[in-house]
Design a binder for this molecule. Sequence first.
Ligand SMILES: Cc1ncc(COP(=O)(O)OP(=O)(O)O)c(N)n1
Ligand SMILES: Cc1ncsc1CCOP(=O)(O)O
Ligand SMILES: [Mg+2]
Length: 204
Amino acid sequence: MPNVSGLYAITPDTDNSEQLIEQVSAALDGGARVLQYRNKGSDTVRRLWQANILASLARSRHALFIVNDDIELAQAVKADGVHVGRDDAAIAAARAALGPAALIGASCYNDIALARAAVAAGANYVAFGAVFPSATKPQAVAAPLALFAQSIDLGVPRVAIGGITTANAGQVVAAGADAIAVIGGLFDGDGIAERAATLAALFD
Ligand SMILES: Cc1ncc(COP(=O)(O)OP(=O)(O)O)c(N)n1
Ligand SMILES: Cc1ncsc1CCOP(=O)(O)O
Ligand SMILES: [Mg+2]
């Protein structure tokens, strides 16, 4: 089964679909290997429309497409998988709905025991964060980079998230993260393809 590694782009939450498509195309052109659709603000119709377009964009670039939180939306757009956190569906429920081939990612915050439980429950990758303060999610719990050295034996890819930029991503990769999940540090401002290429090259 393909799994997550390298640059993991997460979409900014927006109703502006035209701009979103341009931004995501640039991130994929730059080398993002995984794309997560994360939208908590738009209505159901727009979310379905955006997710469908982004799923085909990701597919055309051979990148994995993951939907945040929403199992039904992941099913509707034939996503590669879903990402769930503590306020979302249980891993077992996601697996039951999406089947054995789906990629299920689990947020584990700063908690290795939670990561071990997530793997035991069938998660295909885990995420630790926020590894740096995040303007996108300022209330996120702080997670030390040491978690990556401590979780080498987990047996699934470990994704870092939170406040990652081209300036600090090298530290995260050096700490042992298998992938870096980025919103603001990738999508804020012009030059998305260039930033994506810089971030992706850290895994070469
Ligand atoms: C790759 C990745 N890691 C962590 C999260 C955060 O998930 P969660 O804790 O459920 O918070 P929300 O993103 O739903 O606000 C993620 N989405 N992706
Ligand atoms: C969803 C999420 N979970 C922890 S931090 C975060 C937001 C990541 O966004 P950014 O890369 O802009 O800090
Ligand atoms: Mg969530």
